[in-house]
Design a binder for this molecule. Structure first.
Ligand code: SF4
Ligand code: SF4
Length: 185
């Protein structure tokens, strides 16, 4: 055995190299957080739990058509009423009523195509809610959201500071920071 190799077997160089790497981490900024006492705020583009606004929704079905796995289920009917026009003539006014707007969230792959397809301004369906704590013990019913639950988020815990959609959450400002800044300006 060459002399150099012999001394290498006596001094555990690799061990000290490994300890050096470990020791260097002692002085670096810690990346871990003490969840759930502390939560990191997701980025604005993060796709999490769905928000849905029945008030803004125009019942165009574009979100359901855009969904590649067909997990958005919409049913509606048209109501016709007779109204008097400005010329005094009776006219028929048609109104579409959404009976059912369901999302089978357990099957969702969070691609965001439904949100992209939605033509309303603000979006009527959105995933930029910064909210992700949707763990449940039974997923078939608990992760199937109808239009009421998509608005109320009943049984779902939103990110701290994020209101349920029915309480006024906006897709472009889920934490209400921009609104607060405008109000304070
Ligand atoms: S985010 Fe989910 S519901 Fe929306 S299009 Fe993608 S798979 Fe469908
Ligand atoms: S695309 Fe938007 S407006 Fe159209 S049905 Fe879906 S949520 Fe409603």
């Amino acid at each position: 055995m060459p002399v150099k190799e012999f001394f290498k077997t006596l001094v555990p160089v690799e061990l000290f190299q490994g300890l050096g790497v470990t020791g260097a981490y002692l002085f670096r900024k810690k990346e871990t957080v003490q969840y759930p006492e502390k939560r990191l705020e997701p980025q604005d583009r993060f796709r999490g739990m769905f928000g849905y606004s029945l008030e803004r929704c125009i019942d165009c079905h574009l979100c359901a058509k855009a969904c590649p796995i067909s997990i958005i289920h919409i049913k509606d009917h048209t109501e016709v009423e007779e109204v008097e026009g400005p010329d005094g003539k009776i006219k028929k006014k048609k109104t579409k009523v959404i009976d059912r707007y369901d999302i089978d969230v357990k099957r969702c792959m969070f691609c965001g195509l439904c949100e992209e397809a939605c033509p309303t301004d603000e979006k009527s369906i959105w995933l930029t809610t910064k909210s992700y704590e949707g763990a449940v013990y039974e997923r078939n019913e608990a992760l199937y959201f109808d239009k009421e639950r998509l608005g109320s988020w009943e049984g779902f815990v939103g990110f701290p500071g994020v209101k349920a959609p029915a309480e006024g959450q906006l897709p472009s400002d889920p934490l209400g920071k921009k609104k607060a800044a405008e109000g304070g300006a």
